[in-house]
Design a protein around this ligand. Structure first.
Ligand code: ATP
Length: 371
């Protein structure tokens, strides 16, 4: 039933044709998805695409309008949030301001009527886990943003849920701390052997932390795959454009071979060749998605006859230290981006504004997208 399930694996979480409507607005539209034990899974998409709603249904804060949601084989319909082996950490952290760190962490355990000795041991374990042993007696306002985030994490993990749901967990942190914390989260997830489900609109964050990413748009799952597949083989223009930088070269299929697709386009009088089997026929509208770093730029005409090539003129150059981004205007008027590493300053002549250049790419470097 689902395009994103692996029949050889037993899912921990299964969304089966799940729909969520608010009045006549459909926030989640027939989502079918399996998430496996010990996976770090990311839901990625622009604001309002339905990521949080999907997660809230798993936590039990919303019920699906249609479809079925199971966890370890158990149907979750009607199971209240506190009975689900799932805990959610909110972007706001929702710490109790009048309680110190250890009381914040112990809160859920006390509600569950756990014995005092056991609570103390668990709180100590959690403080150690998030490296906040020295901060046990501090109140939230006496902590930095990163420390507050770790308290919230410790509190969410204290009850040892099967699944931890993280709703934009690093949104309040600055870039450097955010990057550090991403690696801490990955370590923690590996050490605990737990399933983490993270909601984010930050594609770099999803690429860094996740084993698999689900890209969502308008309540629908567009592609579910490991980060490298999402980046290297996006299934639609939307995914190609949403993740990283991409050039889209529009055209028409001229030959649909078994291992090779040829496309005519305004960027060159010659057909562009991509080594990919595509379900298409001559005359179909298509485009080639190509990442800026997979294009090469030269001041001399290229010699390799197997490469795709087009001519253009440098319109702008962005120097980023480790690499430069070249904006090239092609004869047809389309502008494309090429990124090249700045490996050596000892080049014969650097490329500069208004230079006439040749841009090439290997047939295996592009991806044909239909429609
Ligand atoms: P963000 O990244 O901004 O949090 P999101 O992808 O998580 O966005 P959701 O919060 O899941 O998006 O919301 C999806 C859509 O459903 C939005 O258009 C939102 O306005 C709508 N929505 C969410 N909750 C409700 C509700 N309780 N009542 C009505 N509409 C809602």
């Amino acid at each position: 039933f689902a395009p994103w399930t692996d029949p050889t694996k037993t899912p921990l979480i299964r969304f089966e044709n799940v729909v969520k409507r608010f009045g006549d607005f459909t926030a989640v539209d027939h989502v079918s998805l399996d998430i496996y034990e010990r996976e770090f899974f990311a839901l990625l998409g622009p604001s309002g695409c339905g990521k949080t709603t999907l997660m809230r249904m798993l936590a039990g804060f919303e019920e699906p309008t249609e479809g079925r949601l199971t966890l370890a084989g158990e149907d979750l319909a009607g199971v209240p949030p506190y009975r689900r082996p799932v805990n959610m950490m909110f972007q706001s952290y929702a710490l109790f301001p009048h309680m110190n760190v250890q009381d914040n962490i112990a809160f859920g355990l006390k509600q569950d009527k756990m014995g005092k000795g056991e609570i103390d041991a668990r709180v100590e374990e959690m403080l150690k886990l998030v490296k906040l042993e020295k901060f046990a007696k501090r109140k939230p306002h006496q902590l930095s943003g990163g420390q507050r985030q770790r308290v919230a994490l410790a509190r969410s993990l204290a009850k040892r849920p099967k699944v931890l749901l993280l709703d934009e967990p690093l949104g309040a942190l600055d870039k450097k701390l955010r990057e550090e914390t991403q690696f801490e989260l990955m370590d923690l997830q590996m050490d605990l052997g737990m399933t983490f489900l993270i909601v984010t609109h930050d594609q770099e964050e999803a690429m860094t932390v996740a084993d698999r990413i689900a890209v969502m748009n308008n309540g629908v799952l567009v592609q579910v795959a490991p980060p490298s597949v999402i980046y290297e083989q996006p299934s639609t223009r939307y995914v190609a454009d949403f993740i990283g930088e991409v050039n889209l070269i529009e055209g028409k299929i001229t030959k649909a071979g078994p291992d090779e697709t040829r496309i005519s386009s305004p960027v060159t009088p010659f057909p562009l060749v991509v080594t990919q089997t595509v379900d298409c026929k001559a005359g179909d509208t298509a485009c080639i998605a190509i990442r800026p770093e997979k294009l090469r730029i030269t001041l001399e005409p290229p010699v390799d006859p197997t490469e795709n090539v087009f001519e253009g003129e440098i319109w702008d150059i962005g120097y980023l230290g480790d690499l430069s981004i070249y904006h090239v205007e092609l004869a047809c008027g389309q502008r494309i981006k090429v990124s090249q590493p700045n490996l050596s300053r000892m080049v014969a002549r650097p490329i500069s504004w208004d230079d006439k250049v040749w841009v090439t790419f290997a047939p295996h470097a592009g991806v044909v997208l239909m429609g």
